[in-house]
Design a protein around this ligand. Structure first.
Ligand SMILES: Nc1ncnc2c1ncn2[C@@H]1O[C@H](COP(=O)(O)OP(=O)(O)OP(=O)(O)O)[C@@H](O)[C@H]1O
Length: 476
């Protein structure tokens, strides 16, 4: 943990890489997590074999063109992301000040101080004790009780810086925040940074402001499209970077695009094999056993990116326990019964809904077929009627003569009726017109024989009187 100068090692990055998968769908992400994804998406290597060390009390400037990996390295150090390969040792609490990081737009400045303070490990009492100092330092005045979404970039930067400044971290990462505040706040921030340095704390300053880098930093890490282009004293590295920037801006726009395209392609086509070659070269003799093990460890993707077999199994078991718990909770089975015969319990309850559903469907089908059968029966009756039409006509004429001559003969004559009647039991689906048609009579004739009969509410099973005819047939 100490170097030759007896300074404590605060950050040690060894052969770090960070690979992003581009344009991944959510389902692909889940597959990748469980190691089931066979489709390899487009890879982008934001960091390629990055190594550096930072010691106690050092202020390190991290510089580079847009997209060179500065914020990526700071999120790895703060622990928000893990590296794809390589080792990262961080000794001490890290506080990161980046524009808006961790701030919640709908909360006021004061509420954000509480939330961010708690997230960074402060207790409520610590926050209360420091609240006035943080608010005074922020220079936000009455705006501290306004929602963050109404703040300008400079105001957000002031709030972020003020919260972090009163957290007392071991390692402070300041990502492009200093240049956002106005002149007076810049001076105050600078004084605060000096205080941190005096206390022997470590500062990582990410900035495009070369004057600030020159003024504050002991050392500079120059990242270039994911690679370390230079790491050393500010006097050594800063002029190299400024030379590069001057060379770059002298290129024509087409040449600049061509250059960017070339390095971007290198980031897209970088691979574990290239990293392996680089590591083998770095660690010396290609075939040495210890070197091969070192390389293997560096390339241990499963350690950094995928769930171990044990974790996968644990997740499956947890999922089953939740499923069983859910089913048990919604069933009325006693726990003893469920435990005594778990397979039976699952068969009965896990598929209970399915059984209820099937039963519902069968009932529907049954009632449909009954109504269909009823319709068919009525159709048959009508056919029967048409077949017996001639016979019916004959019957009607004979009935007419019978009407006049057989009043006394009728054994079942109704008191109000003048013709012979018989009983008819109403069937499901019957209507007066169907009955009348079937029996070769009329609706009004039936109504005459059954005063008060409600044609719209015929009750299956009820018995009504109908004229006695030769075609009177009960049954469908
Ligand atoms: N989650 C992500 N998925 C895919 N690519 C990403 C992701 N995060 C960052 N990158 C890419 O990684 C590269 C490095 O980004 P990073 O934010 O670290 O750059 P930077 O040096 O901080 O840039 P700037 O100076 O503009 O702030 C960029 O090309 C960026 O597009």
């Amino acid at each position: 943990m100490t170097n030759n100068n007896n300074k404590k090692l605060k950050v040690k990055a060894t052969n770090l890489t960070k690979r992003f998968e581009m344009l991944e769908t959510t389902s692909n992400k889940m597959k990748t997590l469980f190691g089931l994804n066979r489709d390899k998406g487009q890879e982008f290597w934001a960091l390629r074999n990055v190594s550096f060390e930072v010691h106690d009390g050092e202020t390190i400037g991290i510089i580079g063109l847009n997209g060179s990996g500065k914020s990526t390295i700071s999120t790895l150090i703060s622990g928000t992301m893990t590296p794809t390969t390589g080792a990262l040792e961080v000794n001490g609490d890290v506080s990161i000040i980046a524009l808006g990081t961790g701030l919640i737009p709908n909360l006021t400045g004061r509420e954000n101080i509480h939330v961010v303070g708690l997230m960074m490990g402060m207790t409520n009492k610590e926050i209360e004790n420091k609240l006035d100092d943080i608010i005074n330092f922020s220079e936000l005045g009455p705006f501290i009780d306004q929602p963050l979404k109404t703040y300008s970039s400079g105001m957000k930067a002031k709030l972020s810086f003020s919260i972090a400044a009163y957290q007392d971290p071991d390692i402070l990462i300041i990502d492009e925040v200093l240049s956002v505040g106005d002149g007076t706040f810049g001076q105050k921030s600078a004084d605060k940074m000096f205080e941190f340095r005096e206390q022997g704390k470590t500062i990582l300053l990410i900035s495009h402001d070369m004057l600030a880098i020159e003024k504050w930093c002991d050392k500079v890490l120059w990242l270039h499209y994911g690679e370390v282009k230079g790491y050393g004293s500010t006097e050594e590295i800063l002029p190299q970077y400024i030379n590069f920037v001057q060379w770059f801006i002298r290129l024509t726009p087409e040449e600049q695009d061509e250059y960017k395209e070339k390095v971007r392609r290198e980031q897209l086509t970088y691979s574990v094999e290239i990293l392996k070659d680089e590591l083998e070269e770095e660690y010396g003799q290609k075939n040495s056993r210890s070197n091969r093990e070192e390389v293997k460890e560096q390339l241990d993707f499963s350690k950094n990116n995928k769930l171990s077999v044990f974790i996968k199994m644990l997740l499956v078991v947890l999922a089953l326990v939740f499923l069983a718990g859910g089913i048990f909770y919604t069933s009325n089975t006693s726990d003893v019964a469920a435990l005594a015969n778990p397979i039976n319990f699952f068969q009965q309850h896990a598929f209970r809904e399915k059984t209820e559903f099937s039963e519902k469907i069968s009932n529907e089908v049954r009632s449909l077929s009954e109504s269909e059968a009823r319709k068919n029966r009525n159709k048959e009756k009508l056919q029967l009627k048409s077949i017996t039409e001639n016979q019916t006509t004959t019957t009607k004429s004979s009935k007419a003569s019978k009407k006049s001559s057989s009043l006394k003969e009728s054994s079942q004559s109704s008191p109000s009726s003048t013709e012979a009647t018989t009983n008819y039991t109403i069937q499901a689906g019957d209507s007066l017109s169907v009955i009348a048609d079937n029996l070769g009579t009329t609706v009004s004739e039936i109504q005459t024989l059954n005063p008060g009969l409600d044609a719209a509410a015929l009750q299956p099973g009820a018995v009504i009187k109908v004229p006695e005819t030769t075609t009177t047939t009960q049954g469908h």
